[in-house]
Structure formats: structure tokens, C-alpha cells
Design a protein around this ligand. Sequence first.
Ligand SMILES: [Zn+2]
Length: 489
Amino acid sequence: MADDKKLTTRDADFSAWYNEVVLRSELADYSPVKGCMVIRPNGYGIWERMQRQLDDMFKATGHQNAYFPLLIPESFLHKEAQHVEGFAPEAAVVTHGGGKKLEEPLIIRPTSETIIYTMFAKWVQSYRDLPILMNQWANVVRWEMRTRLFLRTTEFLWQEGHTAHVSEAEAEEEARKMLGVYRDFMEGWVAMPVVTGRKTDSERFAGALRTYSCEAMMQDNKALQAGTSHNLGQNFAKAFDLKFQAENGATEHAWNTSWGVSTRMVGGLVMTHGDDTGLRVPPLLAPIELVIVPIYRTPDEQTLVLEAAERIRKSLGDWDRREPARLRIHVDTREGMKPGAKYYEWELRGVPLRLEIGPRDLASNQGVLVRRDTREKRPVSLGILGEEVSDTLSRMQRDMLAAALDRREANSVRARIDYGAFKELMEGKGGFVYAGWCGDAACEAQIKDETKATIRCLPDEEFQSATKPTECLKCGRPSTVEALWARAY
Ligand SMILES: [Zn+2]
């Protein structure tokens, strides 16, 4: 149960605010195992809604779900040189099973390329067997030293898409397509605007040819990498002998992609929309869209008001309601708790809409509808409540995206900036800086050392500045590409 102590404000300490919101709105809790978290029903409900929608989107783009084992032979990890370098340091290794030392140690999957492409190799003979378009919903383990609830935990939930194609062009199209699916989801459902683009070589996925990412700006002006899509080239196909007979009879290696998003998005949702009162959940992802709080003093009033609340819940929220779509409604019938305390708790949990109904409201067949995002309060006739609620929820979904977009743009710098000013900005309020880059990894590394800012991505065309930067932010040599710089989670 939420206590009445006020939350730390975002301005005072963003990181403390984040932890308090996650814990007090009961999204997640720390577990007895260091670095692992327990996702509580309020948090899991959001994840479930994310999962459902993404799953529909994956299927609409031709993918099927499958499941591969949690345990992977350790030798698999060593077959792709860059991959082992990237993942071996954070692998959890199983050395004993059934009371005996294992002949070959097994690792708990940090990601599943190695085992999935081993199986693809078994299933693919001819170009006719391609493409393979698969997705897996799973947990993975990466031994993290510094963990944060949802943002970086040793075990987390995710989906990993894995595909195999006949050509590089097809793989590239797939990697880009899924980046687009992620962007649509993050903007349309999480109401979290993202900048898409390619990662530099130093930020690329271990073993990939090219990595693309979705980068969102949190309210502390730091970037959150919310999803990635990789064109793996033939690197894994060569390591795992994934070959096919081409149409012309020649034997060729397949081209792979992989792409993933995780429970990290829940953390992104909190840091994009939360306020000093708590969470604000975008309506489409809210496990409860409307909470009804009955107000009464006497037992007679209680009967009257609870009956009315139940009528509303049934008429708008029951399973058999077809038109318009069923709303996710909860009636807060808890006794011995003041309405104000209930408001406080539901606001902390971020439920998008609240309906307050008391005997006087009922006498005039109305209730008071309160928006969580703007706190706007207005009387609504119960006769048109369903339409009012649906309309308001759609408006909220759009308004939340617009507000997040305004905030991001207000904290983005596109004008020419000298390195001194850039350093100062990164040490101060931060933000997204679009600036020129000479393409030299040494400049990238120096900036990271000196400012903790990294190239989040080389933004896709639509995010690039109207006036192209002419020189590198660090060395002043001619710029070869525009880069998006920020400190990141
Ligand atoms: Zn440079």
C-alpha cells in the first residue's frame, strides 16, 4: 500500500524519483538475488499490453513465434569472434547438473543468435526454405555490475526476432522494417517519440554488420536506447554453417537479422511520462483505463453509489460488450479509506481516468471525470459516459505523445556548437546535440571520456538538421556525417 510521504521531485533528484515511483506504484521490487527484479502485477500488466500489441505487429509483418532453450553450450558462444568478445564477460555459466560436473559448461542465454542459427542451419537446404521469419518471447541473463529496476537488470524479459534471407538486400530491408515497427509502437502506444538511426561501429551489436536503434529522451534529458535491430550480414551464417542452395545451383551462406525490445521500455515509459505525483500511463498500455471512486457517507448512500458504479462497470466494461470496445474499468470499493486517499493512490499508479460519483452527482445523472495527465476535472453526463471516456482516452494518448515530443525538441540543440559549450551542456542540463562528426573513432572515444556523451545514432534522414553540419564537433576537420550526441542510460 502506498504511504502518504511525498515523492522526491524530479528536479531534486531524478534518479531517486524514478526508484520511488517504480517501488511505490508497485511496478517492481528488488529480489533476494542481487541485480534481479520482481515484476509486480502493476508492472507486468503494462508489459503484457506491450507484448500483445507488439506480437500482433510482428505477426502482421509475417513473423511466427517459436521457443528455443534457455541453456546454450558454451562452445557456441565462441564460434563468432566478435560475439564472444561482447557477451562472454557477462555470461552466467552452468557447470554442474544433477549433482555432477558437466562435460561441457552451459551458458544461460544472454541472447540466442548462436542456438537459433544452429537450428536454422538444420532446417534450411534450399532458397525455397527462405526467408525464415521468427520471434521468441523469452528471458535472458547478462551479469550486470550496476543495475537499475527495469533499465538494467541481470535477468530481463524481451523478445528477440531472428530471420534468415537469401540476400543482403532482403536482410537489410527486414532490419529496417522492424526498426520501423518499433518506432510505430513506441510512438503510437508508449507515446514515447524516438529518433531512429544507425549505430557507429563502436556501439554496434557484437557480431553485427549494422545496428539500428530507437533513441528516446527521458525527462532528465538523457537518452534511452529503447530498441535495436541488427543486420547480421553473413557473420553468424558462416560461424554456424547456415547455407542454402541458391536458384542458380550455387551454395551460399544465408543473411541474418535480429531485433529486440525488452522490459526496459517500462522504465522508458516511467521516465517519459511520470510526474511529481507519480506514474502516468498512456491509455493504450494502461491495465486499468478508468477507475471509479464511489463517494458516500451513510449506508444508504453507499448502497446507491456502489450500485451505480457497478452498473457503469457492467455497461462499459463487461466481456459481452461489443460496441464500442470494452473499457478496462476498476471500481474501488475499499471501505474505511477516504476518497482523497484513493485519489492519491490511483494518481501515483498512473491510471489515466478517474470517475468520482456521489449521491448528488447521481441525482443529476452525472459524475466527475478527472484526467491524470492534465488533472482536468469536468462533470460528465452518465448517459454519454462511454463515448466521453473513449474520446478522452484517445485525446490523452495523442496529447502525451505531443507533450513528450515538445519536451524533446525543446531540449535538442541543432545549432553549431563549439566543444567547450558542448562540454558545459553535457555537465549541466544535458539534452540531444546534433553535430558534425569526422567519422574517426578516436574523436568519438575522446568525447565519451571527457563528457560521458556518446553517439546515440547517426540519425535517419528525417531527423537530420536542415542545415548540414560542416565540421567535426571535436577536431574541427570536415564532417562526414551528422551524429546525435547525448549521455545515455
Ligand atoms: Zn573528429
